[in-house]
Design a protein around this ligand. Structure first.
Ligand SMILES: [Zn+2]
Length: 212
């Protein structure tokens, strides 16, 4: 598996220093567990943060020191095996084994969703989204952000092709309509803040489920 799409360095820094919302943290954790490159980056941030958590801002971390640390760490961890997926027929990320999940809900033809129970303080909602090949997902924009980790399968939108292990970040500036490709269902872990702004009937169908 080759990962092509990663969280931004800002997002990884926030993850490493525990500043992400619960649902968002979960999605980034699922990606990092499968991505040696991001693991190395997170470890480097954790080390820096451990030394000087109060005085180093994420912006400062993008200076000269970090890319070196990142490359070095990447070499060191290149042969490290990413965390294996949790057992179970769904092949879900191991990080999800700590969470309770609600029942699968039908959303639209070929699309179902399973909510993940988060702490009540979480600003974001998190869920597993399963879509059959050929599904054209609802076209939508966001009033907040949407973080997606591809567990299996693939989808494509104007931002590129996203396959197993890839991470996708959408915010209110995006207006995208992912299409599920490949031969197997696409299963994603998604965290979403704000309201979904649906552009079509699927969006309206989906809205009650997204607003968990
Ligand atoms: Zn990565």
């Amino acid at each position: 598996m080759t990962v092509h799409h990663h969280p931004s360095e800002e997002l990884l820094s926030a993850f490493a220093t525990g500043r992400l919302d619960h649902g968002e943290h979960l999605v980034v954790a699922a990606h990092v567990a499968r991505c040696p490159e991001c693991q190395a980056f997170v470890h480097a941030i954790e080390e820096l943060a451990g030394e000087s958590l109060e005085s180093i801002a994420p912006a400062a971390m993008r200076g000269a020191a970090l890319p070196d640390a990142r490359r070095k760490e990447a070499r060191m961890t290149a042969r490290t095996k990413p965390e294996p997926s949790a057992k179970g027929s769904d092949d879900l990320p191991a990080v999800l084994s700590h969470y309770e999940m609600g029942p699968w809900k039908w959303i639209a033809p070929g699309v179902s969703l399973r909510p993940i129970i988060l702490a009540s303080s979480s600003r974001s909602r998190a869920f597993i989204l399963r879509s059959k090949p050929g599904t054209r997902m609802l076209e939508h924009t966001h009033s907040g952000v949407e973080l997606t980790h591809v567990i299996t399968g693939e989808f494509t939108h104007e931002g590129g092709r996203f396959a197993a292990g890839d991470f996708d970040y959408g915010d209110e500036t995006l207006h995208h309509q992912p299409v599920v490709g490949g031969a197997e269902p696409c299963v994603c872990l998604v965290a979403m803040t704000g309201e979904l702004e649906p552009d079509g009937i699927l969006g309206w169908l989906m809205k009650p489920f997204i607003r968990l």
